[in-house]
Design a protein around this ligand. Sequence first.
Ligand code: ASP
Length: 320
Amino acid sequence: MQKVLLINTGGTIAMSEDQTTGKVSPSSENPINTQSSFFNQLADITVVDLFNLPSPHMTMETMLTLSKYVEEQAPHYDGIVITHGTDTLEETAYFLELTLELNTAIVMTGAMRSSNEIGSDGLSNLRSAILVASDPASADKGVLVVMNEEIHTATYVTKTHTTNLATFQTPTFGPIGLISKNQVIYFQNVLRREYYPLNIVHKKVGLLKAYAGMDDQLIRTIETAGYKGLVIEGLGAGNMPPVTVEAIRHLIDKGIPVVMVSRSFNGITEDVYDYAGGGKRLRQMGVIYAQGLSGVKARLKLMAILNTPEFINIEQAFHL
Ligand code: ASP
């Protein structure tokens, strides 16, 4: 039998609903731990309740603590399952992807409905995640996110719906595998893995979203607020309103890298347009184009690069 470590960090999967008021909140006893006899038929499972946090309470420090814990425990297990709130699940998953260099299967899951709501998805997501983590084909694939019987990579998955059970999607490329009634099936390979050995997370990176009529004020506060890097979710393939250009140039002149992603959640950024604020000119000015990553993922990657002690060529690191 495969040995699987189940690390609980909180989220709706560990919550229940008050049947009178409808409020959903953390339970003192994690409801998924009551089903251990069922899950122990799937694998030899060790359970650790590391945190009991709603996922908006996750910080760079708690993610680093989780990463270090997984690194320390991984040699003793065939696979690791991490339960997590869904709101920031994709960010913790990608943080782990960036900061761990392991062959062990690492699978994150959560739930959209708490343990006692009708149609609660927690137990079935956990079952799928345990099946994936104990399948030898899941080794060496980086951090995986398993929800609603689909397997996604940490790098490209995103929460696309506030409440729907099919919320986790990989918009541009699709899932890399699925869980059928009893089997784990992969139909895409993971092409690229990255590793940034982080011990500190104190250099801050900001994230701004562009919009029609945006001025330069928020971009100008980045330097004075102590941010060491900026990610912008730009317009379309990576364009900006012309009035923002001088503020972006100022940041680059001050050695604060500016990374461009798209506010469109599908497709990749490219420097295409040669007009004031267009991608061609922004790239010539030194803006880095991150192909395929969302804003929150690019922010984590730039933060990982800036907090890694060795020199890393940021432009190259962001190129697909
Ligand atoms: N707000 C919850 C959280 O992320 C949502 C969930 O777990 O589904 O903690």
